[in-house]
Design a protein around this ligand. Structure first.
Ligand SMILES: [Zn+2]
Ligand SMILES: [Zn+2]
Length: 114
């Protein structure tokens, strides 16, 4: 796949970085459509950053939704830190909308339970 890197803006071959990742190294992506194009160098440093933050995979009792939201936040911070706009292709924006709705429904359920 060719395009512009979301972090360094270089145009060329890009990887589809899955923003929310996988539940385990060989697991299916948590949000398959939620991707950000990044060049190989930025992809490697992005994953290194996620590992350093303990966000490469959900650990222990970490709720999957919290993990997914932390990964979205970490990605937004990285893109902002690179002084780039957070631009999502329509399928990715739709997947993000779905994720945020699912998270919002969690709060709605909690409100009902009180
Ligand atoms: Zn790059
Ligand atoms: Zn990736």
């Amino acid at each position: 796949m060719t395009g512009a890197c979301s972090l360094c803006a270089a145009v060329g071959p890009v990887h589809r970085h899955h923003v929310t990742g996988r539940p385990a190294p060989l697991g299916a992506y948590l949000d398959h459509e939620l991707v950000l194009p990044v060049c190989a160098a930025c992809h490697a440093s992005l994953h290194q950053g996620l590992r350093l933050c303990g966000l490469d995979f959900p650990v222990g009792a970490t709720d999957s939704m919290a993990h997914r939201l932390h990964r979205v936040a970490a990605t937004a911070e990285l893109v902002a830190g690179a002084s780039r706009p957070l631009a999502l292709a329509p399928p990715s924006a739709r997947a993000l909308a779905g994720l945020l709705r699912e998270a919002a429904r969690t709060f709605d359920r909690e409100a009902v339970a009180l």
